[in-house]
Design a protein around this ligand. Structure first.
Ligand code: ADP
Ligand code: MG
Length: 268
């Protein structure tokens, strides 16, 4: 089951601050859609994601998931963080089934199926401390999936991993979300990650945090990173990002557009 998400005019000002961190954010995410939220560090991506997860309540506006107003966390909308946050003294299986245990049930067959799904069937009884970073993230993924969420929220979940492991997990999480019919929102500051995983990329600008624009990524899954279409999509996203929020190399959007006045600069 997948959820549709609607964000209805969220503005948020943290206690003790004079300016809002997020301003007038309105968006809709379709059931089963995979959306990436990109933007510079500090623009408010995590804050917005926490609101989808019910971890932070906005000062104005609200989030609806399948028509329900989000006021607190739920096992139906699950969050995955950069750190897997596993219990080091427990086995893979015990960690994976924690969400279910909190919900008051034990379903060994489901955990077996999930460990198979995330490629850890042979590690079920291993201690999580003996696993690599990528494998630990797989355990966290299995734990997130155990409660049959409708929406999976990912906050830079692969940024601590090496490039190869990261690419594999991007493909696998995307595939699993499609297979299980989950709606997926991934926060990232990595344009490649957005192109690798998203059907649609939302671009956030800072001060105040807002959605500056969006771009659809119409590439078939699994995404072929070496293909010409992939390179084109990546380039188009870079250009769009650059045009909306600047390129991070000192060129703000307006300045870059002026550089259509590049001849101007040459002349100077
Ligand atoms: N609990 C908080 N109290 C006050 N300010 C916060 C809090 N959480 C985040 N912020 C501020 O809000 C802004 C956005 O933060 P964040 O959402 O973490 O950005 P991002 O995830 O895009 O890097 C930052 O300036 C950050 O310092
Ligand atoms: Mg963040």
């Amino acid at each position: 089951m997948s959820a549709n998400v609607s964000v209805d005019f969220i503005t948020h000002t943290f206690k003790g601050q004079s300016a809002p961190t997020l301003k007038d954010i309105a968006l809709n995410i379709h059931p089963g859609e995979q959306v990436a939220l990109i933007g510079r560090s500090g623009c408010g991506k995590s804050t917005l994601l926490h609101m989808l997860a019910g971890l932070t309540v906005p000062t104005e506006g609200c989030v609806h998931i399948r028509g329900h107003t989000v006021t607190r966390p739920s096992a139906k909308w699950n969050m995955m963080f950069q750190k897997p946050s596993l219990y080091p003294w427990m086995t893979v299986r015990r960690n994976a089934e924690l969400g279910l245990l909190f919900a008051g049930c034990r379903d060994t067959a489901r955990i077996d199926a999930l460990l198979e799904l995330v490629g850890l069937a042979d590690k079920a009884d291993a201690n999580v401390q003996s696993l690599s970073g990528g494998q630990q993230q797989r355990v966290a993924l299995a734990r997130s999936l155990a409660t049959s969420p409708e929406l999976l929220l990912l906050d830079e979940p692969f940024s601590a991993l090496d490039a190869f492991t990261r690419a594999t997990l991007q493909d696998e999480v995307s595939r699993i979300a499609r297979q299980e019919g989950l709606t997926l929102v991934i926060v990232t500051h990595d344009i490649d990650e957005a192109v690798a995983m998203a059907d649609r990329v939302l671009i956030m600008a800072a001060n105040p945090g807002r959605i500056a624009g969006e771009m659809a990524i119409e590439l078939p899954a699994p995404r072929e990173r070496a293909s010409a279409e992939y390179s084109r999509a990546r380039e188009a996203l870079m250009t769009t990002f650059d045009g909306l929020v600047g390129d991070g190399r000192g060129g703000a959007a307006a300045q870059r557009t002026d550089a259509a006045g590049a001849p101007q600069r040459e002349a100077a």
